[in-house]
Design a protein around this ligand. Structure first.
Ligand code: VGL
Ligand code: ZN
Length: 203
């Protein structure tokens, strides 16, 4: 891959894999695919979903609410999730078979108790930046390829925001797996297509 293209590896963490708190169906399957893919990229950024134990996206923090219900918060709709990716916990660790020794940056997101962050670029208030756009721009990156978990949440939101910040963006579909809650996967692909995110089978 050329020097202007970066690979963004989204949330390949234990809690999103088999036996994890918010296991994505077949999530483990991406690990060898992502490992092989990453070898083609000089610039790789790995993200971790990284929440405090009392994070606002956890159903456990809202009396009478159950995981996968939706509530309205100050910044908009929020799906409530099982407690997952609690900072420093075993479930928040990267999958132990993920092997990307040349990754340049590990970016943690969702650490603000009061705001979720599916996207690696912007928190759910759609205003607070993680700084990733500046990091990539200052390294001369213009194209971002995305892979990881989950296609319809953190991968899609990151891809949409990559476009918003002016990058070319491409989702490598075989290197992703989805949660697919109530049609969320189809909706995510439609939104990505409308925003000019390319859908790639392989690279
Ligand atoms: C994610 C739901 C909650 C993801 C993170 O990585 O797609 N999904 N937190
Ligand atoms: Zn999360």
């Amino acid at each position: 891959m050329d020097a202007k293209t970066a690979l963004l590896v989204i949330d390949v963490q234990r809690d999103f894999c088999a036996g994890g708190a918010l296991a994505v169906p077949d999530g483990d399957a991406v690990v060898p695919i992502v490992n092989a893919l990453a070898r083609h990229y000089p610039t790789v950024i790995v993200t971790q979903d990284w929440h405090p134990a009392n994070h606002i996206s956890f159903a456990s923090q809202h009396d009478g609410r159950a995981p996968f219900e939706t509530i309205t918060l100050g910044y908009g709709e929020q799906i409530l999730w099982p407690d997952h990716c609690v900072m420093g916990s075993a479930g928040a660790a990267l999958h132990s078979a993920l092997e990307i020794p040349h990754a340049a940056l590990i970016l943690r997101k969702g650490s603000n108790r009061a705001i979720d962050s599916y996207s690696a670029f912007l928190e759910a208030d759609r205003a607070t930046k993680t700084g990733l756009d500046g990091y990539l721009t200052s390294r001369g990156i213009t194209q971002i390829d995305l892979c990881g978990l989950a296609t319809d949440y953190c991968v899609a939101w990151s891809a949409l925001d990559a476009r918003r910040f002016g990058f070319e963006a491409r989702v490598i579909e075989p290197a992703c797996r989805a949660i697919d809650l109530a049609g969320s996967l189809d909706a995510a692909w439609r939104a990505m297509q409308a925003a000019g995110v390319a859908r790639a089978g392989a690279v």
